[in-house]
Write a protein that binds this ligand. Structure first.
Ligand code: ZN
Length: 93
């Protein structure tokens, strides 16, 4: 994975969805935006709600993130380590 654009904070000019936790990022809300290249180029958006948990996951030595952490990886991590929060965020209604 190659970083094309380093993560930086932006203020949303239109509505987005967080690529880690699915939260809607509303217009005017700050989030972290980066561009990466793997087999293809993609944008990645990370909201402030889950950023502390993303940082925690990356620093958790029980997990190997050498291949990066994607959406599914993060969901698995949260269900494993923070079930209450995962339930709150992704509960099925
Ligand atoms: Zn998020």
């Amino acid at each position: 994975m190659v970083t094309l654009k380093e993560p930086k904070r932006l203020k949303a000019r239109k509505e987005h969805k967080c690529d880690f936790c699915d939260k809607i990022i509303n217009i005017g809300e700050e989030y972290v935006y980066a561009t990466y290249k793997e087999d293809y180029i993609y944008d990645w958006r990370n909201c402030d709600r889950c950023k502390p948990y993303v940082d925690e996951a990356f620093s958790n030595k029980d997990y190997d993130w050498s291949d990066g952490m994607g959406w599914q990886d993060f969901h698995d991590y949260m269900w494993e380590e923070h079930r209450e929060i995962a339930t709150e965020w992704w509960k099925r209604n």
